[in-house]
Write a protein of this length. Structure first.
Length: 205
């Protein structure tokens, strides 16, 4: 079997983790070997950086410096987890990847976007397929508020910010239409999963 590198992107609460868990179950049923991982994080070193980056009231760095930290974490993750898994012919499922940096940091600074793209050319690997779970931020907000978590990102950033994020993800998807598949997230988890499974089967063929 040939390896496939799959990433999931989309605004907070759109259903990435839900779909990743369903996909992992699907692969397990098919007895395919896969690695499930996430960003920021995925390695011990990257998790150390994640802790710093997701710390509340983290105004210590400029968005450019923050981006360099994200890229350092990504380098560690690519080196230690993603590349070895691909070389091992495993399927890699990654919860957020490079597109999130372009959206979240790139939206705040064109310089940060440029920095991340230059570094990514040197250290990164593009996924074979990226699922952008697209949905109305209001619905994602309702879902997120119903979820038990100690993070309150929606309340920190607000609905308008989520709308901008959504648009920014859609813009990237237009530029990379060969790689990024837009999935309508306003459906049941099973309906969304069925479309994702179908896309992967088409890709493998
Ligand atoms: N298709 C769906 N229909 C209804 N509810 C859903 C659907 N998908 C996920 N949910 C619920 O919405 C909430 C957010 O989903 P999930 O945690 O998978 O999103 P996420 O994209 O991983 O969010 P985050 O970016 O915050 O990690 C969860 O409570 C989940 O059970
Ligand atoms: Mg999640």
């Amino acid at each position: 079997m040939k390896s496939i590198f799959i990433s999931f992107e989309g605004i907070d609460g759109c259903g990435k983790t839900t779909q990743i868990n369903l996909l992992a179950k699907h692969f397990a049923k098919q007895k395919k070997s896969f690695v499930k991982t996430e960003e920021p994080g995925g390695t011990e070193g990257a998790n150390e950086i994640r802790k710093i980056l997701l710390r509340e009231n983290n105004f210590q760095w400029s968005v450019e410096s923050e981006t360099l930290l994200f890229m350092a974490a990504r380098n560690d993750h690519v080196e230690k987890v993603i590349k070895p898994a691909i070389e091992d012919n495993k399927i890699v499922i990654c919860d957020r990847f490079m597109d999130s940096t372009i959206v979240y940091q790139g939206m705040r600074s064109p310089q940060a976007k440029k920095l991340s793209l230059i570094l990514f050319e040197l250290i990164g690997i593009y996924p074979d397929i990226t699922f952008l779970i697209d949905m109305d931020p209001e619905i994602a907000l309702d879902r997120a508020l119903n979820r038990v978590t100690d993070e309150d990102r929606f309340e920190n950033y607000g609905i308008n910010f989520q709308r901008q994020l959504r648009q920014s993800f859609l813009d990237i998807a237009k530029t990379h239409s060969d790689r990024i598949k837009i999935i309508d997230g306003n459906r049941s988890p099973q309906q969304v999963a069925a479309q994702i499974n179908e896309s992967i089967e088409t890709l493998v063929k």
